[in-house]
Design a protein around this ligand. Structure first.
Ligand code: DAH
Length: 340
């Protein structure tokens, strides 16, 4: 059977040439292969096609068809390898006009950014950073802060107890006492951290939230220092035109106590200015002498002021967010707007 031979030869040739093409390292080698197989004069496939005339007439079509198929396969393999060698992108037929995918970039949470902004302002005013445990005792969370356990603020309804007298702190104020116990005045600290309350999860409350506590204790600290420091903070945070208002209030650990409000001036895109409403930003006051006594400080010699604010509320006002829960939902479409 004469036709078997050229067909078998073609099949071996096809395997060989494809392997050689795959191994070719540059265009010169590819060109040499093209000449060796497809070259008009001496190419092996061309030779087979040329030899058709001397074959039995009934074999010609089969061998001719197969030789032409192999010829096409080899030309295509040569072209592909040529493209692959001239660039990695061409190999996988990537569409270079497709827009890039952009890599994932993380960012700080908007509330973390606010804590950092607050902290940086106070750092520039000479404060250092302090921290305390998130699970604390009734003593630090309430009693040391002049809050008897039967005071409404100590009501079990408002707090999350772990065991007997240990609870998740309901504010960052316990850091005041923990710092006073381990340090002598002068004290100027900022203590950011998580606090926990039995609050319903709604647009304006979350059972866990951040607070930023501040405490200053030294000889001769007066209400003027207190007002001036917080007014300066407000001007640095919201701009030089920001006004501050101190409204009388009550906290067991300060006397007198105040709620601090700010009125901001916002500049519209057309340059016109507008005053906002008063916004409450923190609780504050002059440290109650009973707290200084609990710390073992001489309350005749030292005075001070303290404050506590909620950065999530400040971030909410700043970014015009209307529901606190969006800070907790981890929806990347929301969060990525604040990524820097
Ligand atoms: N601890 C208070 C709260 O969580 C906030 C506060 C008020 C902190 C007055 C203070 C302060 O340091 O002096 O509501």
């Amino acid at each position: 059977m004469t036709e078997q031979k050229p067909i078998e030869a073609l099949s071996r040739l096809e395997t060989d040439v494809l392997l050689e093409i795959a191994q070719a390292g540059d265009s010169n080698e590819l060109e040499a292969l093209r000449i060796a197989y497809l070259g008009r004069k001496d190419g092996r496939i061309s030779a087979i096609l040329r030899g058709l005339g001397s074959m039995a007439p009934e074999d010609r079509p089969v061998v001719g068809q197969e030789a032409n198929r192999v010829k096409a396969v080899v030309s295509q393999a040569l072209e592909q390898r040529e493209r692959a060698l001239s660039g990695p992108a061409a190999e996988s037929n990537e569409d270079l006009t497709l827009p890039g995918r952009g890599s994932w970039k993380g960012g700080l949470h908007p509330v973390t950014q606010t804590v950092d902004e607050i902290w940086h302002i106070f750092r520039d005013l000479g404060f250092t950073r302090a921290r305390g445990p998130e699970a604390d005792t009734e003593w630090y969370n309430f009693e040391a802060l002049n809050t008897p356990l039967d005071h409404p603020a100590a009501d079990e309804q408002d707090t999350l107890y772990l065991v007997d007298s240990v609870l998740l702190r309901s504010h960052t104020s316990p850091v005041q006492m923990r710092t006073m116990e381990t340090h002598e005045p002068p004290i100027r600290i900022i203590a950011p951290g998580w606090v926990y309350r039995r609050d319903t999860y709604d647009a304006t409350h979350t059972p866990a939230f951040m607070q930023v506590e501040g405490l200053v204790i030294d000889e001769g600290v007066t209400f003027v220092d207190f007002k001036a420091t917080l007014a300066e903070f407000a001007r640095r945070y919201w701009g030089p035109d920001t006004q501050t208002r101190f409204r009388p209030s009550f906290f067991p650990f300060t006397e007198p106590s105040a709620e601090v409000d700010v009125k901001r001036v916002i500049t519209h895109p057309d340059g016109s200015k507008e005053e906002t409403d008063w916004l409450e930003i923190m609780g504050a006051g002059m440290v109650d002498p009973a707290v200084l006594d609990n710390a073992g400080y001489d309350s005749e010699r030292y005075t001070g002021f303290a404050f506590g604010m909620g950065p999530a509320r400040i971030a909410k006002l700043k970014h015009g967010v209307d529901d606190l829960r969006t800070f907790f939902e981890n929806d990347v479409r929301f969060l990525e707007q604040f990524a820097r």
